[in-house]
Write a protein of this length. Structure first.
Length: 337
């Protein structure tokens, strides 16, 4: 066993030192092809596609500095709440209002929340990404050690997805992390959560906004979205006990009553439209601290906010989606008056 590990390490070292080597020759790529062949996929096609993949240095640079890690909440808010993104969302809402209304009834996820995800991810389908997904996942799966195992798993799912969704993965483009289509689903999300919302016999997130709308709602429902539960409330803190409640990403670990007892209190709805109403004292909540335009901002967040972080593991992302949803709903109401 020890000798096999040494041989594997030497093989990887030799491959990495050969600038013009094909991904099809990489030891891990050969294992991917063998595993997929054992499931019945065409081994030669897998190797041919891997041989066509190109390492993208820009992808490695991008994943090392994601916006969620280098921007403050104030920066992130300005980035995703520009007036033109709201205007584009209102146009998309008008065009797909029947679908959005039906999906909200079916899944319990508000129309504006679905729209906000589409707006943050791709500007409602206008910008779906320019990297070939095959290039992105091979680059990250074979040349990004911190998360290589995860991305090799996504690469294998991409090949499985080709059969399930009847798409040509040699041409599909998306984000630097291998997400694709209107909602920017990674391959595992596409396989497990995408739905044929328009019942035309195929699940198409690349070109069909109706399937994308239903798939986002289904993703949220499967991950525990609670209908009519508010997402966030601005909070006021006092004393020092509240500091123990500030938590990293994860499910809410305290309750509304416990947070209040520790000095973290939701502001009233007269003070802010971001408030909690009609929530029981035992409602699970989390306390988060963000760097806003005027310093620290404190927010109490609910289970639904946590669900958004399952879509993208970032408080900033979830907060931007929530604020965009609010702006869309507000403007929609003004237009309809």
């Amino acid at each position: 066993m020890k000798n096999k590990l040494i041989i594997c390490a030497l093989s990887c070292l030799i491959w990495n030192s050969t600038a013009l080597a094909s991904y099809a020759d990489h030891p891990d790529a050969v294992r991917v092809a063998d595993e997929l062949a054992a499931e019945g996929l065409d081994r030669q096609r897998v190797l041919t596609l891997l041989a066509s993949a190109t390492k993208q240095e820009k992808i490695l640079e991008s994943i090392a500095r994601p916006a969620e890690k280098v921007l403050t909440w104030a920066d992130y808010r300005r980035l995703f709440l520009q007036p033109n993104r709201v205007e584009q969302g209102l146009l998309f809402w008008q065009e797909h209002q029947a679908t959005l209304a039906a999906v909200t009834v079916e899944y319990g996820v508000p129309e504006e929340m679905i729209l906000a995800i589409l707006g943050v991810e791709t500007r409602y389908g206008r910008h779906k990404g320019t990297y070939r997904v095959l290039d992105a996942l091979t680059t990250l799966g074979f040349d990004y050690p911190p998360r290589a195992t995860f991305f090799r798993g996504q690469l294998k799912e991409l090949f499985r997805l080709e059969q399930k969704a009847a798409i040509d993965i040699s041409e599909v483009t998306g984000s630097y992390a291998g997400a694709m289509g209107y909602p920017q689903f990674i391959p595992t999300s596409y396989i497990h959560y995408a739905v044929d919302q328009d019942k035309d016999g195929s699940i198409d997130l690349l070109n069909n906004p109706v399937d994308a709308i239903g798939s986002i709602a289904n993703y949220f429902k499967v991950h525990g979205w609670k209908e009519n539960q508010p997402l966030v409330a601005r909070a006021r803190v006092q004393g020092d006990k509240w500091q123990a409640l500030v938590q990293p990403l994860g499910k809410p670990q305290t309750t509304l009553a416990a947070a209040r007892a520790a000095g973290a209190v939701s502001v009233s709805c007269q003070e802010s439209h971001f408030c909690f109403t009609n929530l029981a004292d035992d409602t699970p909540v989390a306390l988060i601290e963000l760097e806003g335009e005027h310093g620290s901002e404190f927010w109490l967040t609910s289970n639904n906010f946590y669900v958004i972080t399952r879509y993208n593991h970032s408080y900033l992302y979830a907060m931007a989606a929530h604020h965009l949803a609010y702006e869309l709903s507000l403007r929609r109401g003004e237009i309809q008056q």
